[in-house]
Design a protein around this ligand. Structure first.
Ligand code: AMP
Ligand code: MG
Length: 408
């Protein structure tokens, strides 16, 4: 879809469904194919970064037939029975002999299984009739308690694809395979502009009719969590000129996020200011709640979102739309929303037609909607740990029905 210029007069831009809007974001950012730059970071700073190169196995894993238990390496055809103990092998050592018929080698977890043996009997399942013998009543199949050479990864096999967001498990694999440094994509710079005449800085004591700028902070936190580098610009006052100046600066970044000023109010000038900067718009309304007046477009190559100003709307629309764009700009692949299912602890109904993301407390597989006062109620959001996702086509939910949830 080619972004449409938005003239100053109101145009009919169809309201997209949640799924259509999310697919639009992913399609447009992906097809723009903006390749992020690559840099090298030490393993200690690699968590949360996105791999720019695949990480393959530098050798077989495990590199030898490895015992996964403390016990005795034996021939499976010799047990149950009493065997002669011909030696010991610890992790970090190699037993150079051969386990013959009627013989056993005492072995520790992580040690290479000596030749001749084909299974390991756990020490808990053995007795020592004499100091030189071991007895067991166990029957074991060949291979029991042995991780075979290469069974986890073959030498040269890709285990982590480029585009992987590095978490602690990936760190473990990178350390295992000797990556003291890793090639990662540079974090996208994300400019953040809060708009509003009523907004004051966090350091200020607001007058009774003012509120502190929380959106720039929550967006910055969400950007950082999603792998971006947040750059918070000054608050834009609700004039075309002030908003335009900041948009010019914001368009220097890899992604521009604005909050507020996208509703139908007389002082909601964000779309007009973006249009003046040459923006095209993919959509400016989505059938979701909170967050209907959501703007997505591109100006001079930079994608932008005009997020609605109510704090919960801002957070929800970031999480389900802007985050998808940011992750693509960061070098990750197209992802589906990580929804889980939970059972409602009470009946629930909403007016169909909008996909709703409602604060909920999810515990032990159940979801309870949290009482809230609407999309300005951050206190209620703090009492929740997830959003339940109410289907636009379904109004009624009974107690015990499963409902998709999105953890925060
Ligand atoms: P708007 O979309 O600009 O009409 O904003 C809707 C409401 O969201 C405003 O009335 C404010 O109460 C709130 N709001 C807007 N921007 C912010 C912000 N940066 N921080 C906290 N609340 C905001
Ligand atoms: Mg406003």
């Amino acid at each position: 879809m080619v972004p449409r210029p938005r003239p100053d007069t109101i145009v009919v831009v169809p309201t997209l469904s949640f799924a259509e809007a999310r697919a639009t974001v992913q399609r447009e950012v992906q097809t723009a194919a903006l390749h992020p730059h690559v840099e090298t970071v030490g393993l200690a700073s690699a968590v949360g970064r996105v791999l720019a190169q695949p990480a393959a196995a530098d050798r077989n894993y495990p590199p030898f037939d490895r015992s996964v238990r403390d016990g005795f390496a034996v021939r499976s055809t010799d047990i149950p029975g009493t065997l002669h103990v011909i030696g010991e092998v610890r992790a970090g050592e190699v037993f150079h002999g051969h386990v013959g018929v009627g013989q056993a080698v005492e072995i520790m977890t992580g040690a290479p299984v000596p030749s001749g043996a084909d299974c390991v009997v756990m020490v808990e399942h053995c007795t020592r009739p004499t100091t030189t013998t071991v007895a067991t009543e166990k029957h074991l199949a060949p291979g029991t308690h042995i991780a075979r050479l290469g069974c986890e990864a073959r030498s040269g096999e890709t285990v982590l694809a480029a585009g992987t967001r590095i978490d602690f498990a990936h760190i473990s694999w990178l350390a295992t395979t000797g990556h003291a440094e890793v090639f990662v994509y540079r974090r996208p710079r994300v400019a953040i502009i809060a708009t509003g005449d009523e907004i004051v800085d966090v350091h200020q004591v607001p007058a009774n009719h003012q509120i502190r700028n929380s959106n720039a902070w929550s967006i910055a936190a969400q950007v950082a969590r999603a792998g971006g580098d947040p750059v918070v610009l000054p608050i834009a006052r609700d004039t075309l000129e002030a908003t335009q100046v900041l948009i010019e600066e914001g368009l220097q970044a890899d992604l521009l996020l604005l909050s507020g000023g996208v509703s139908a109010g007389k002082y909601d000038v964000v779309e007009q200011a973006l249009a003046a900067a040459g923006a095209g718009f993919y959509f400016d309304r989505v059938a979701i709640q909170p967050g209907q007046p959501l703007v997505f477009g591109r100006a001079r190559g930079t994608f932008f979102f005009g997020l609605p100003g109510n704090p919960v709307s801002t957070m929800v629309t970031f999480e389900v739309f802007a985050r998808a764009a940011l992750e693509l700009l960061a070098g990750c692949g197209v992802a589906t929303l990580p929804l889980a299912l939970a059972r409602l602890t009470k009946p629930f109904h909403h007016k169909a037609g909008l996909t709703r993301f409602l604060p909920a407390e999810v515990r032990d597989g159940t979801a309870t909607p949290v009482d809230w006062q609407g999309s300005g109620d951050v206190a209620a959001l703090c009492r929740a740990n997830a959003f339940l996702v109410a289907d636009a086509d379904r109004a009624e939910y009974q107690e015990g029905d499963t409902i998709p949830i999105l953890f925060r």
